[in-house]
Ligand binder design. Sequence first.
Ligand code: 5GP
Length: 261
Amino acid sequence: MSIKSGALDIAAVYELSQSEEAISKMRVAEMLESITGVGKIRALAIMERLNISPTRRIKGLGSHQLKNLLSEFSASAVRSKRGKLIVLSGPGGVGKSTVAAQLRATGDYWVSISATTRVPRINEVNGKDYFFIDDVEFEKRISASHFLEWAQFAGAKYGTPREGVERALLEGHNVLLEIEIEGAKQVKSHMPEAVLVFLSPPSWEDLVSRLEGRGTDTPERRTERLALAQQELAAAPSFDLVIVNTSVKEVVDQLVSLVSA
Ligand code: 5GP
């Protein structure tokens, strides 16, 4: 494992340690040593100062210990300007995740990874596409105010971990949340500075053919998603900006210019 950007990656590894057996067993010392520029000695010194036992496992970090650790590694990276928060929403199947993946690759955005109770699809990786957790764990995290927003969608729960988003903004990164409409509205009510972008299909027929061509959903699930998509399209006027997804490249360019303006 290699950790390059400090606090943001620590937050992600901690998140992963709650559900991934292999990572839950990893020690804090090992994680710190893998951060660029931190050797064995500095890792131990930091842990001693923050009152973290040398044998502590990542999963067992207390909330204070985690907070202190994140501050330690973000302090040096703090930039003077807070990043911008862009929320990309729109009907399921419109192509939000393709846009989000390409935006992540541009380096202009830090893209949040959500937690979900949905079963992983083939090719989806825990900690990369989503943090896949069960319902009990999701409820626990709701009670602990772990989510910036959360919503139910097509029978599963989805939520944005708050900590990573706040930290990324503080460090000057532009943040992208790729979420459904109810969640987008919640974000706007907590953080009015967020820019809500609605990604719209070129036509209804286009959206139907995208959903039917997906092949990862059962027919029942697809029918459900189409009905939902119809409701979702009606929400476009309440967004700050509507972008029609005629070409992924154009959408990506528009979203990049939105934060570089
Ligand atoms: P899928 O199951 O196809 O990956 O996602 C279903 C829907 O959930 C999509 O519209 C996606 O944007 C949305 N979604 C993904 N993560 C989150 C999240 O953290 N919060 C909310 N509210 N919606 C999310």
